[in-house]
Every structure is written in structure tokens, then in C-alpha cells.
Design a protein around this ligand. Structure first.
Ligand code: SAH
Length: 257
């Protein structure tokens, strides 16, 4: 029996045209695919007909699939000789628990490969038509989670706000449910007039977005009924955009001719 393997593949923000060639190659070669719920359906059209597709999303079905079960399943299939692809939304190594999964598999002697995907924070900015760095407005970017594990791990928003005030764009993943806390914390070091944007489902089909200011961020989320999965972008790179009507047509990602 040939040795199996696991490839953690970044499926990007949803649009199959944003997959890498390497991702498509891995999906085509897979005999078993374990699919997260943030993965766009269109991505699965590259899978073989004979491949077994298992949806292990946390919100698709009635109950979430526990992480430990997913890791066990991946390992068991690989040890049986299957070519397993774990399809994850965005990039597997950006808040995707890809690091934990790779570590767990390697501990069992299973070969693991990781294929980058376009992380939703980058896709969201491009969908708005703004760069995350800009020679005049932002000399860097911070990707942070609004949902840190355990109370002690909670981010200190005023510290991040101080860094943002130095000219770093802040991109918050998993931040909409704690948006009020985030707003209050960031106002500790950033002016209420700081531009913000919230992009839900950064992908052409279902994208929803709103643009405003930090002083009214929580209200913006409520008013536009924005919910997970969404990223929040904070910083001067959005200047000019926040006057645009919220909910304006999203810019489409370029298509390959
Ligand atoms: N690995 C993923 C992130 C997983 S954490 C990536 O690189 O994008 C889950 C969070 O990612 C969501 O709560 C949301 O903040 C963000 N997210 C994932 N897909 C998204 C999408 N299509 N649009 C906007 N945000 C998204």
C-alpha cells in the first residue's frame, strides 16, 4: 500500500478563479477531500468524481465537527494510503488552525504539504479597491483575530490602535461579534474619524460591505446587518472610500481572459 499524504490547501475567499494552480492540482489529485464551510462550492468542481468529499464545516450542518475529530479523520485516511486534501477558506496558515493540523499530522509521521490561498483580509481590501499598504498612508499591515482564545489571550486593542496610529493598517478577522469591544478599545488611541470598512463574504457572489468611521463602527455593523464571515479594516488606506455610499457595488476581482 502506498503511503498517503495530507495537503492543506488554501481555497481563497470563495471565487474559484482566485485558486492557485498548485491548489487546483492538489484538488484534482485528491482521493479524499475534507472541506471547511468557508470554502466556496465552485472550488469543488475540480475534484474527481470518484473522490470522497466530507464537509467538516463548523456551521454547515446542525452540529460543528470537533477539531479533534477532523484531525483524527485526516490522519486515518492518510494512513490508509489516501491522498487527502484539507480544503480551508483563505490561507491555511492564517487563523485556519493549519499550524495545529500540520503539527498533529507530522507527529504521526504523515507527510504534510501546505498550499497558500488568498487570505480573506487581502481579498476584502482588493474587493473594496484599496491597497493595504501605501507609501503615503500605511507602511505595514497587521492581521489580528478579534476572537482570541481564553480571556488572557485577548488582544489589547489600545496597543494595536497605537500601532495603527503609527501608520499600520489593521485587519481584524472574527471581529464582528465583539465589534463594540473592539471599537471602544481602538478609540483609546485612534480618532473617531478613522476610516473603517466591514466586508462580509469577500467573494463576488455574496459580498456585502459597509464603509464608515471608527466612532460608529458597531452601529455600522448593526445597521447593515453584517455578520460572520467578515473582516474589519481600519486605517487611512480607506480614506476617500468612507464618503462613498455604504453598500455600493463591490469591485470585482479581475478575471483571467
Ligand atoms: N484562513 C482564513 C481565516 C479563517 S478564520 C483566511 O485566511 O481567510 C475565519 C474568519 O476569516 C471569519 O470569521 C472572517 O473574519 C474571515 N473570513 C473568512 N472567509 C471570509 C470571506 N469570504 N469574507 C470575509 N471574511 C472572511
Amino acid at each position: 500500500m502506498s503511503a498517503g499524504s495530507v495537503t492543506l490547501v488554501g481555497a481563497g475567499p470563495g471565487d474559484p478563479e482566485l485558486l492557485t494552480l498548485k491548489a487546483i492540482r492538489a484538488i484534482r489529485a485528491a482521493t479524499v477531500l475534507l472541506v471547511d464551510d468557508l470554502v466556496g462550492e465552485g472550488v469543488l468542481r475540480f475534484a474527481r468524481r470518484s473522490a470522497r468529499i466530507v464537509h467538516v464545516g463548523k456551521r454547515g450542518g446542525c452540529a460543528s465537527t470537533p477539531q479533534a475529530f477532523i484531525e483524527k479523520l485526516m490522519a486515518a485516511e492518510a494512513l490508509k494510503g489516501e491522498r487527502v486534501v484539507r480544503l480551508k477558506g483563505g490561507d491555511p496558515f492564517v487563523f485556519g488552525r493549519g499550524g495545529e493540523e500540520a503539527e498533529h499530522l507530522r507527529e504521526q509521521g504523515i507527510a504534510v504539504e501546505v498550499v497558500n490561498g488568498i487570505t480573506s483580509g487581502l481579498a476584502a481590501a482588493t474587493a473594496l479597491g484599496v491597497p493595504l499598504t501605501h507609501r503615503d498612508h500605511a507602511h505595514g499591515v497587521m492581521l489580528v483575530t478579534g476572537h482570541a482564545r481564553g480571556a488572557d489571550a485577548a488582544l489589547h486593542w489600545p496597543t494595536l490602535a497605537a500601532a495603527a496610529a503609527q501608520g499600520l493598517t489593521l485587519v481584524v478577522y472574527m471581529g464582528v461579534t465583539t465589534v463594540q469591544e473592539l471599537q471602544t478599545g481602538l478609540l483609546g488611541a485612534l480618532p473617531a474619524s478613522t476610516p473603517v470598512a466591514v466586508v462580509q463574504h469577500a467573494s463576488p457572489a455574496h459580498q456585502k460591505q459597509a464603509v464608515g468611521t471608527l466612532g460608529a463602527l458597531a452601529e455600522l455593523v448593526r445597521e447593515h446587518a453584517l455578520a460572520s464571515p467578515a473582516v474589519i479594516i481600519v486605517g487611512d488606506v480607506l480614506r476617500g472610500l468612507h464618503h462613498a455610499a455604504a453598500g455600493a457595488q463591490p469591485m470585482k476581482h479581475g478575471r483571467v481572459a
